[in-house]
Write a protein that binds this ligand. Structure first.
Ligand code: ZN
Length: 432
């Protein structure tokens, strides 16, 4: 009898494997060719299998990280109690947390959209290791669990914001406010801009179509890139009918910040009490017998006696609204400083160079010279200050004094100004 030898056995093994591989291939191609809906049915039925579900749950439970974070934003009707009760914690831990929150004075009022962040250590019995509650746009209070104790220590912290400098510029088409809003400038910044320029500009009348402005200000951005607050204006330039009014933020002493023009002069300007040098106050504001008309009349200005030709200065920055004959006042100049203040200078012998209606003048600029024109008994300046349309006593005017930087402060200001100018060109180059 012929026996299988070893080589024959080997041949049979190869044949067996070939058949096996073929069967597998046929099986997989048939599964692959089955319709999509059949496949999803198959998947669904597997998921419906309770045993399988249980397995999945067990798998995900095992995959739960040890540490997790939960963020909650408060809604209308929430209380601290309801928020804490919503956490998956045991009752004693909820009570501990609630007691800590209720003890905190800065958390007395729960507001809508207040952010809560809880950190859990899921391996512990008392899970919460730390939690934070917002107390405002910029601040939050953090509670950290003391090691091996069920008490939390609280600390007020500043939120992690990024400060960003923003540059905006535009031509004013209808109103400054609308043009600024169209650019996406926060209304707080627009109000501050108007306040800063309020010493020089009457926003109701001085802004014309095609005037323009540039501004650099701070914005605070949170981790979600949302603007949460605005900071300070760093620089601004208002171009009114080809006059540039610039302002630079500058810390002239530690923690003393003010805005200065390009010449280091504070933009917070007062009106001069005496817009003339070397004069003698000859008649003060109030009731007096008129030297020419003879009867008692309110003197609604201040008179300064001075030789004819003595220069008269603009007592503040502003716009000339009149430079001409004022009847009894003779040659007079009227300046509008802002929406609140106007000044009048009367009896001039002549007007300063270039002084005419509509021109913008700087504080201290010569607008005319002492004379005795109109109803006047001798060379003097009659000076009036009008506040909200009412003539007031210029000698009792209380306004912040306009500071001019000098010496070392001025040098430092020039450095700071150059830095701001460089910053401005960098920000502009990013836009273009
Ligand atoms: Zn007078």
């Amino acid at each position: 009898m012929k026996l299988f030898n070893i080589s024959t056995f080997k041949n049979y093994t190869i044949f067996f494997w070939l058949v096996f591989i073929s069967i597998i291939a046929i099986f997989f191609s048939s599964v692959y060719n089955s319709s999509k809906s059949e496949k999803s049915k198959l998947l669904k039925s597997s998921l419906d299998n309770i045993y399988f579900k249980k397995t999945l749950k067990e798998i995900t439970n095992n995959l739960n990280p040890r540490f997790s974070t939960l963020v909650y934003i408060s809604k209308a009707g929430d209380t601290y109690q309801s928020i804490i009760n919503g956490l998956k914690l045991n009752k004693s831990e909820k009570n501990i947390i609630l007691n800590h929150v209720l003890k905190e004075k800065s958390l007395k009022i729960l507001r809508i959209n207040q952010k809560f962040t809880f950190k859990f250590d899921n391996l512990l019995n008392q899970k919460v290791t730390e939690f934070k509650i917002e107390t405002g746009k910029k601040n939050e209070i953090i509670f950290v669990k003391a090691v091996d104790q069920n008490i939390f220590r609280s600390k007020k912290i500043k939120k992690n914001f990024k400060k960003k400098l923003v540059y905006k510029e535009t031509v004013i088409t209808n109103s400054l406010y609308n043009s600024a809003i169209d650019l996406g400038i926060n209304p707080n910044i627009i109000l501050e801009f108007a306040r800063l320029y309020g010493f020089q500009v009457d926003f109701q009348r001085d802004i014309w179509k095609n005037d323009s402005f540039q501004i650099i200000y701070e914005e605070f951005i949170n981790e979600n890139k949302v603007i949460v607050d605005t900071g300070e204006i760093i620089f601004a330039s208002l171009n009114l009918q080809n006059t540039d009014l610039q302002l630079y933020k500058y810390e002239y002493e530690k923690n003393k910040i003010d805005y200065f023009d390009e010449n280091g002069k504070s933009i917070k300007k007062t009106l001069m009490k005496t817009p003339i040098n070397g004069a003698r106050l000859s008649s003060s504001f109030g009731k007096r017998k008129h030297p020419i008309l003879g009867y008692t009349k309110m003197h609604l200005g201040t008179d300064f006696a001075a030789p004819t030709g003595t220069p008269i200065m603009a007592s503040g920055d502003g716009k000339v609204t009149k430079a001409g004959w004022c009847g009894g006042g003779g040659n007079c100049v009227k300046i509008k400083h802002n929406s609140k203040y106007q000044t009048v200078y009367a009896h001039m012998s002549k007007f300063g160079r270039g002084i005419k209606k509509g021109v913008r003048v700087k504080q201290g600029q010569i607008i005319g010279y002492v004379g005795s024109t109109g109803l006047s008994t001798g060379p003097h300046l009659h000076y009036e200050v009008i506040e909200n349309g009412r003539k007031i006593n210029s000698q009792k005017l209380k306004l912040p004094s306009g500071k001019t930087l000098k010496g070392e402060q001025r040098k430092q200001f020039e450095v700071s100004k150059i830095k701001i100018d460089v910053l401005k060109s960098n920000l502009i180059s990013k836009i273009n």
